[in-house]
Ligand binder design. Structure first.
Ligand code: SAM
Length: 248
């Protein structure tokens, strides 16, 4: 049985897909997708030898060697252009994810959907998608074992859709009259901010606690740079609080 997090990622893979799961570790996701008959084929990519061997073992023991190929390499380097139509990347930081996508741009023609689950730094992923003409289609948020995860799905849009992309992140006014900047939308999620589910509030309450600790730490120093940074963090805390207050 998959974890709730991997199950929610699996639920977003269209039937009949050819999938690449990058950073596949034990290849649990492609194994499930193949066993359920959701995918036609999969490539499980891994850069580290331990997880690569674990993935190979998993595929062999599941008798899925004809459906899933395990490949060793960095990011999208394991792919040939046009080999897959869906890429999943899960369980790593958002900035690493964005750099994997950026370094592998030449492999993306033919890919229709990206399903991404950054552990932290979701804003890096959203920014990369916007800058590279990918339409953010949906955002999901879940809690499992005391951790909160977001799942972002994106697809290649038509030219008109690409024009409309900017409007998703256009500064907007919330019902209480609070303005939300493009930066804040990248951070908090342009759809999640609309839906404002309970778990999303929990996530931002916990982010506020972390920011408050950072601010307190910075205030211990009298260095000019720390004072400036503390002021920035203080402003950020207030802005996030304002957003949450008008959605509650
Ligand atoms: N995707 C699985 C999941 O969500 O449960 C495994 C997540 S695991 C925490 C992250 C995996 O990404 C590790 O196995 C690591 O070796 C792999 N990884 C990290 N950087 C990578 C890269 N540049 N290319 C391929 N795999 C990478």
């Amino acid at each position: 049985k998959l974890s709730k997090r991997l199950q929610m990622i699996a639920d977003r893979v269209p039937k009949g897909s050819k999938v690449a799961d990058i950073g596949s570790d034990h290849a649990l996701l492609p194994t499930y997708l193949a066993q359920q008959g959701i995918i036609v084929s999969a490539i499980a990519g891994e850069v580290n030898p331990g997880p690569y061997e674990a993935a190979q073992r998993q595929v062999l023991e599941s008798g899925l060697s004809k459906v899933i190929q395990v490949r060793s390499g960095d990011g999208l380097a394991v792919l040939e252009t046009g080999e897959v139509d869906v890429i999943t990347i899960a369980g790593m930081g958002g900035s690493l994810m964005a750099s994997i996508l950026d370094a592998g741009k030449s492999k993306l023609p033919g890919v229709k959907h990206l399903i991404l689950q950054p552990n932290v730094g979701e804003d890096h992923v959203r920014r990369w998608l916007l800058e590279n003409g990918w339409k953010l289609e949906s955002e999901a948020i879940l809690e499992e074992d005391g951790k909160i995860y977001e799942i972002l799905t994106a697809s290649t849009g038509s030219l008109e859709e690409r024009d409309a992309l900017e409007s998703l992140y256009a500064e907007r006014q919330l019902p209480g009259g609070v303005n939300v900047s493009k930066e804040r939308l990248h951070q908090m999620g342009p759809y999640l901010i609309n839906e404002a589910p309970e778990i999303w509030f929990m996530k931002w309450e916990s982010e506020l606690n972390k920011l408050a600790m950072i601010e307190a730490q910075l205030k211990l120093s009298t260095a000019e740079a720390s004072i400036v940074k503390a002021e920035q963090v203080h402003k950020e805390i207030n802005e996030i609080k304002e957003v949450l207050a008008c959605l509650q």
